[in-house]
Structure formats: structure tokens, C-alpha cells
Design a protein around this ligand. Structure first.
Ligand SMILES: [Fe+2]
Length: 417
């Protein structure tokens, strides 16, 4: 994220004395990617940012995965993970679930993990040291507080949170907060082909800097409870092995003597931001446009795309739904967020569904959807897609909400029946 921002109280010259109103020296912290060789920000803390008073293990939610074998396309129904026997959201359970510790792992590999949670409780302070997070808000509203300041987020927002940023999710409003969490083992940002050599979003990009919402300026000290008996707990997810490791990840709780949101000012090009999917301007054409036109972000070995309401292919003989395609290098995960997804008519897919179409297997519309799409002028659909360049395994949440029948829907049933 190479779009410079400056918030709060920063000194005119970097790495020089910066003092508060009583003459106390602030503590400068550089938060930078790729070993001082990529984007960074400088933050000015009231307290020593590395101060610790205690540490203990955090038992992460189950991170182990099982292979997608025999290889099949799959339909996951993540809403059911947080529903009661009647299929309604389980309000009692959700009231106690938070957006970080309550995540259920749906799919994952060595590059990215996709989780889902319906949350009603504030999360603990949290820092993901394995990579950037790109969290899509399916529904509900939240205040995302961070060491950089706050983001007010709602339906359709992506929240891009840089690796190792201390933050927490606080649901606001009455609707449960529904989050689709894409956790990279790398950094996540705009596709490189949309960036100038110095990092500005180019004219052919489907969004620009004006569409990205930075955090509010840091809070004044008196806004928060900066002192607490026993310190402030930060839940830290990091890579590792050994006792307590799950799927190559380890959890630790750090106890800090001071609240980590003690920053008086910061500046730089590294910070969390929000982007609403409604601000993505779709790229359309006379004939079918390939999925990369829908790309919004990329990480190492995966991309994030979104399919938004749009005018569709306008050649007089156009077939608006996709051709069958064999993504020989990718697994493709589609999360159906809203609207009416044309290509999946007749397959049981609806809002809240997730499909996995693995590499090595061709996929495309259910046959009835092709004829039904002819002559359409608009698709009213909203979906978020993650394509990975290495195979995805099923997490415990994914295995628990797999419908087990999707693979046979093109043939009319298992064994063609
Ligand atoms: Fe596809």
C-alpha cells in the first residue's frame, strides 16, 4: 500500500526527538515490510511498545486440514456452522463468539487460510504475525480498532489488515457480524498490474485511492482505559511447530503493561484500510471477460476477485455465463454474498454458499443456466472469489458444512441418477 498517509502528531523530521506536552519523550516505532525494503510507517507511542509483563500459550481454533480426496468440487454452507437446529442464527452462541477466536477454518493451504465467523462479542486485542488479513464483511457492522486508529465497517467492506498490526473487532448494531476471513501467509494488496512503477493505482484499475478508507486519527489518551490491573492481553497468531501447534501455527498471549493503542501520531504507507465492494467498477465487454478483470487484491500464490452487479456481455450472440474452464493451476473458491448467481442455477447454490472448484477438474455453468442467460443485460450478483495456486485442503469448519452432493449436480445426480 504505497499511498502515503499522515495522522495525528508526528515530528517534522523522522528519527528526531518528539515530546509530549509535559516534555516526555515519545517512543518511535518503525513498522516495515520485507526487512526495511518495502512499505513502512513510523508510529509514536506514549509507552515502550516492546514492554511485556507475561506470556502464555493461546490454544488456537483448530487449524489442521484434511486433503480434498477423492478430488471433488464442493459446496460448503458456512451459515450452518452458526445456526441452531431450526436453521436460524444461534443467537445465544453468537453472543459469546468473537471475530478472532471464533473463526472456523473452511479451507487452507500453505499460502492462505479461509475462515468464517458470526460474531456478537468484542474480540480480544489480536495480532496476526503469519501474514496480512483481508476480511470481508458479509453482514453486520463493526468498529475495527487498531494501533493506527479506527475503521468503521459494514456490509461489503474488505478490511485489509497488515501483518502484526494490533487490532480488535467490536461488533456494533443489532445484526450479527458475519465475516469471511482471508488470512494470507504473505502481504495482500492491489494487483501489481494496476500499479504504476511507484505504486499509484493506474487509470485502468477498477478502483483508485479515493475508494480506500484509512483509519481515523489515533485516539486521545483520555478516550481509553490506558491503565488496568494485570495488564492488557494481546492474542498473537504466529508460525511455528511444537506443543500446541495446529496446522503449522501457534498461538501466544502477550500481556502488556500498557494499552497498545497509545499512538499519538503516525505516517507512512503501511496501515490498515477498508474498501467497499460497491466501489469496485466492473470491467465489461461485448463477449465474456475472463476472471482476472474481477480481481481486487493479490497475495503470494493467491488472488481475490469479486463479481459485482454489472452490465453483461453485449455482443448480439453473447453467452453471458462463463464458458467451462479448467483452471489447471488453481483451486477456485467462490463465496456467494448476494443477488442471484446466474451460472449456478439448478445446483442448490444460494446466498451464503461457498463452492470449491479444484484444479485438475473442468467446471462451468449448470447446463440449464446457459440457455437461461441468453439475452440477459445485467447480472445482479455479488460474489467474492479466492483463486489459489496450490491445492486447498478442508479445514474442520469446511468439512462440517460440506453438502456432499454438489459434485453430481452437472450430471443430474450421483451415477447420473
Ligand atoms: Fe470458475
Amino acid at each position: 500500500m504505497a499511498h502515503y498517509q499522515r495522522m495525528g502528531d508526528v515530528p517534522p523530521k523522522r528519527h528526531t526527538q518528539h515530546r509530549g506536552p509535559d516534555g516526555e519523550l515519545y517512543y518511535e516505532e518503525l513498522m516495515g515490510e520485507e526487512g526495511f525494503s518495502s512499505d513502512s510507517s513510523l508510529l509514536y507511542h506514549r509507552h515502550v511498545p516492546s514492554a511485556l509483563v507475561d506470556a502464555r500459550p493461546w490454544a488456537l481454533p483448530e487449524q489442521a486440514t484434511t486433503a480434498n480426496a477423492p478430488l471433488l468440487p464442493r459446496h460448503l454452507a458456512p451459515h450452518t456452522l452458526f445456526a441452531d437446529a431450526a436453521g436460524q442464527v444461534d443467537a445465544d452462541a453468537v453472543a459469546k463468539t468473537d471475530a478472532v477466536t471464533g473463526r472456523r477454518l473452511l479451507l487452507g493451504n500453505a499460502d492462505v487460510r479461509i475462515g468464517y465467523v458470526v460474531a456478537g462479542a468484542p474480540s480480544p486485542l489480536y495480532r496476526n504475525a503469519t501474514g496480512d488479513e483481508c476480511v470481508f464483511v458479509e453482514d453486520g457492522t463493526a468498529l475495527v480498532e487498531s494501533v493506527f486508529g479506527d475503521l468503521v465497517v459494514g456490509p461489503g467492506d474488505y478490511v485489509v489488515m497488515p501483518r502484526a498490526t494490533t487490532h480488535r473487532w467490536v461488533p456494533t448494531g443489532d445484526a450479527p457480524l458475519r465475516l469471511y476471513a482471508i488470512e494470507g501467509n504473505s502481504h495482500i494488496g492491489p494487483p501489481k498490474r494496476y500499479l504504476s512503477r511507484y505504486g499509484q493505482l493506474l487509470e485502468h484499475a477498477p478502483y483508485c485511492e479515493r475508494d480506500l478508507r484509512p483509519p481515523t486519527p489515533p485516539h486521545e489518551e483520555e478516550d481509553r482505559d490506558y491503565e488496568a490491573d494485570g495488564g492488557f492481553e494481546v492474542y498473537l497468531k504466529h508460525r511455528g511447530t511444537g506443543p500446541g501447534a495446529s496446522g503449522g501455527l501457534v498461538g501466544t498471549v502477550h500481556v502488556l503493561p500498557h494499552h497498545p493503542f497509545d499512538v499519538v501520531g503516525w505516517d507512512g504507507c503501511l496501515y490498515p484500510y477498508a474498501f467497499n465492494v460497491a466501489d469496485f467498477e466492473p470491467i465489461t465487454g461485448r463477449v465474456h471477460q475472463p476472471p482476472p478483470v474481477h480481481q481486487v487484491f493479490e497475495g503470494h500464490n493467491f488472488v481475490v476477485c469479486n463479481f459485482v452487479p454489472r452490465k453483461v456481455d453485449y455482443h448480439p450472440l453473447a453467452v453471458p455465463v462463463p464458458y467451462y474452464h479448467s483452471n489447471v493451476d488453481s483451486d477456485e473458491v467462490m463465496f456467494y454474498v448476494a443477488g442471484d448467481y446466474e451460472a449456478r442455477k439448478g445446483s442448490g447454490i444460494g446466498v451464503g454458499s461457498i463452492t470449491l472448484h479444484p484444479g485438475g477438474y473442468p467446471h462451468g455453468p449448470q447446463p440449464a443456466a446457459i440457455e437461461a442467460s441468453l439475452g440477459a443485460e445485467r447480472f445482479d450478483e455479488l460474489a467474492v472469489m479466492v483463486d489459489t495456486f496450490r491445492p486447498l485442503d478442508l479445514g474442520e469448519g469446511g468439512a462440517a458444512c460440506d453438502d456432499g452432493a454438489y459434485a453430481w449436480t452437472w450430471a443430474g445426480g450421483r451415477n447420473g441418477a
